[in-house]
Design a protein around this ligand. Structure first.
Ligand code: GLN
Length: 556
C-alpha cells in the first residue's frame, strides 16, 4: 500500500483530525482554559470524539515540583501525569479522562530534543528552535490527536500572546494552518475589554493590539472571545470585528458569569458549535446540552448555604485546592446547597488561637486535604482529634488520611511518638505509623517519582465507603510517597480504626474509617480528581449528605 510505504496509517489519512488552538491576549487569568473546555464540551455534545491539550511555555518538565503558591494544585491524570490545574477543568467539563499525551511544556520538548541530540539523531545538523523545537511540538500535537483517535483536538496555549517563551507555540499554529488549511485548523483568541469607570465604557484597543501581535507572527484569529465584567454592547463587538478583521458573528462576548459551568451554554447561545462546524467542515451537527441546562438551572437557583472547614496549608488560596473545593461544591449542587469554605489555619490551631478554634465548632464538617512537608501538621492532628472526639464529620484526603492515623495512634492507642517518616527528619520517633512506600525508599529524584495515577482498590463489604460507592471494587488516582505502616494494622483495627480499603494484593492501605463515628473517613488517594459538576464523587456526596440530613444519601 502506498500509504504504508509512506509510513502513514490508512485510518489516520482517512480521518484527518481537526485542531482548534486557543490563545490569550492582553493579560493572563482570562479563563482560556474555560474557553477551551467549553468549546470541547459543545463539540462533544454533538457526538464528536474530542480531547483538550495544554501547551505550556514554561521550562519545568511538568508542574509536579512547582509550589501551589505559584501554580495552584497539581492535577493528576489517570495514567499518572502530573499536570496543570487547567487539565482538571478540562476533565470536569468533558468528563473524559485526559491522557498525558495532552500535556506538553517547553521543558518537556527541549528535554526530548536534547536527549535525541546526545543520542546522535541529528548528527551533522544544527539544532534550532525552528524547525526542531517547533517540529517536536507539532509532532506531539498530531500524535495526541492520532493516538487518541480524535475528531477534534482543542489545544490551549499557556501564557499571553507577546510572551517571549510562547513564540515557538505560535509558530506551530501558523505552520499547521498553512499546511492543513482552514478546514482543519481553527484559531480562537481570548482577550479582555477593560472597563473604565470614569468614562463608563469598555475599551477595545488592547484587544486590537493583541490581535495585531498575533498577526505579526502570521496568525489571523478565526474567532475572538471578549472577556468583560459587564455586559458588552453589540456595537462594541462589531467594532472589535471591524478592527480585527473578523466577521461579527465570530466575535463572541464572554462576560463574567456566576458559575464557570454556565459558559458552554452561553457560547452555544451564540452558536459557537455551529460556527466551528461550518469552518471546520464537520457536517450537520446537533448539539445536545440538555444535561448542562438542567444542571445549571439547579445550580443557579441554589440559595441556601452550607459551611465546611478546609484545614490545608495554603490558606485562602482556592487554586491550591481547586479540585477539592469544586468537588465539595458539586456535592452541594446535588442537594441544592451552596457549599462555602471556611479556611482553618492549622498553624493558628497549634498556637491555640481562639478564633481559629471556634471555627472547628462552627463549621458543619471538616476536610483535611493533601499536602507535603511538616508546616501546620501538629495543628492538623489536633483537628482530627477534635473531629474524632466530638463526632464531627471529617474527610481526609491523602495527607488527611495519614493525619487521621497519627491522631488515632497518639491519642487512642497511646503511641505518644507516633509520626510519619516524612515529618520526622531527625529520626526521633520509634513509631513510624506512616512510612515510605517500600519501593519509594531509595528514590532521590523529585520529579515524577511518587506513586502516581490510577490504581485499583478493594473496599471491605461492611465499610461505610463500600456503601457510598455502591460497590467494593474501585479505581482512584494517587500522588504520594508515604503510606500506612502495615505492622500497626492489627493494633489499630482492634481499637476501632477500620482498614476499609486496600490494594488488591492487600499490601497498601487505601481507605480508613473510625468506627462508632458518623463520618470519619480517610482516603490515601485523591477522590477530588474524579468529581464532576453533575456527578459528585461518592465520598464527597456522602460527606455533604451526612452534614445536611444526618445520614448518607442513597446513590443514584
Ligand atoms: N505527603 C504525603 C505523601 O507523600 C501526602 C501526599 C499528598 O497528600 N498528596 O505521602
Amino acid at each position: 500500500m502506498l500509504f504504508e510505504k509512506l509510513g502513514l496509517q490508512l485510518d489516520s489519512v482517512m480521518k484527518e483530525p481537526k485542531y482548534i488552538f486557543v490563545t490569550g491576549g492582553v493579560c493572563s487569568s482570562l479563563g482560556k482554559g474555560i474557553v477551551a473546555a467549553s468549546t470541547a464540551t459543545i463539540l462533544k455534545s454533538a457526538g464528536l470524539r474530542v480531547s483538550i491539550m495544554k501547551l505550556d511555555p514554561y521550562l519545568n518538565v511538568d508542574p509536579g515540583t512547582m509550589s501551589p503558591f505559584q501554580h495552584g494544585e497539581v492535577f493528576v491524570l489517570e495514567d499518572g501525569g502530573e499536570t496543570d490545574l487547567d487539565l482538571g477543568h478540562y476533565e470536569r467539563f468533558i468528563d473524559v479522562p485526559i491522557s498525558s499525551l495532552c500535556t506538553v511544556t517547553t521543558g518537556k520538548v527541549y528535554k526530548e530534543v536534547l536527549e535525541e541530540e546526545r543520542e546522535g539523531k541529528y548528527l551533522g545538523g544544527t539544532i534550532q528552535i525552528v524547525p526542531h523545537i517547533t517540529g517536536k511540538i507539532q509532532q506531539k500535537v498530531e500524535k495526541a490527536a492520532r493516538d487518541l483517535d480524535l475528531d477534534v483536538l482543542v489545544v490551549e496555549i499557556g501564557g499571553t500572546v507577546g510572551d517571549i517563551e510562547g513564540e515557538p507555540f505560535l509558530e506551530v499554529i501558523r505552520e499547521m494552518k498553512n499546511t492543513y488549511g482552514s478546514s482543519r485548523v481553527l484559531t480562537q483568541h481570548v482577550t479582555l475589554l477593560p472597563y473604565l469607570a470614569a468614562s463608563k465604557e469598555l475599551k477595545t484597543k488592547p484587544t486590537q493590539l493583541s490581535v495585531k501581535e498575533l498577526r505579526r507572527v502570521g496568525i489571523h484569529p478565526d474567532i475572538i472571545f471578549c472577556r468583560a465584567d459587564v455586559k458588552i454592547p453589540e456595537k462594541l463587538l462589531a467594532k472589535v470585528g471591524f478592527f480585527c478583521d473578523v466577521p461579527v458573528e465570530a466575535v463572541l462576548p464572554a462576560e463574567t458569569v456566576k458559575s464557570i459551568y454556565e459558559v458552554p451554554l452561553r457560547f452555544q447561545k451564540y452558536n459557537l458549535g455551529n460556527l466551528i462546524a461550518e469552518r471546520l467542515e464537520l457536517g450537520d451537527l446537533t448539539f445536545d446540552l440538555d444535561e448542562w441546562e438542567q444542571g445549571i438551572h439547579k445550580l443557579l437557583n441554589t440559595k441556601e448555604e452550607l459551611v465546611i472547614g478546609l484545614a490545608g496549608k495554603y490558606n485562602e488560596l482556592d487554586d491550591a485546592y481547586l479540585s477539592v473545593i469544586e468537588s465539595a461544591k458539586f456535592a452541594g449542587f446535588k442537594h441544592a446547597k451552596n457549599v462555602k469554605i471556611e479556611w482553618i489555619d492549622t498553624e493558628k490551631i497549634e498556637a491555640s488561637n481562639k478564633k481559629e478554634l471556634l471555627k472547628l465548632e462552627s463549621v458543619a464538617g471538616i476536610i483535611v486535604p493533601g499536602g507535603f512537608g511538616n508546616r501546620g501538621i501538629e495543628g492538623k492532628i489536633q483537628v482530627a482529634k477534635y473531629c474524632r472526639e466530638k463526632k464531627k464529620p471529617y474527610l481526609g484526603l491523602c495527607l488527611g488520611s495519614q493525619i487521621m492515623a497519627l491522631d488515632f495512634a497518639r491519642h487512642v492507642l497511646g503511641i505518644k511518638d507516633a509520626d510519619s517518616e516524612e515529618f520526622d527528619e531527625g529520626h526521633r520517633s520509634k513509631n513510624h505509623v506512616i512510612h515510605f512506600i517500600p519501593e519509594q525508599r531509595d528514590i532521590r529524584k523529585k520529579g515524577g517519582t511518587m506513586r502516581l495515577g490510577a490504581y485499583p482498590c478493594v473496599l471491605a463489604e461492611d465499610s461505610i465507603s463500600a456503601k457510598l460507592y455502591g460497590k467494593t471494587e474501585i479505581s482512584e488516582r494517587h500522588r504520594h510517597r508515604y503510606e500506612f505502616n502495615n505492622s500497626y494494622r492489627e493494633q489499630f483495627e482492634a481499637a476501632g480504626f477500620k482498614i476499609a480499603g486496600v490494594s488488591p494484593d492487600n499490601e497498601l492501605v487505601e481507605v480508613v474509617e473510625v468506627k462508632d463515628h458518623p463520618f470519619m473517613i480517610g482516603a490515601q488517594y485523591h477522590p477530588e480528581f474524579l468529581s464532576r459538576p453533575f456527578k459528585p464523587h461518592p465520598l464527597f456526596d456522602g460527606f455533604i449528605a451526612l452534614l445536611l440530613y444526618g445520614f448518607m444519601a442513597p446513590r443514584n
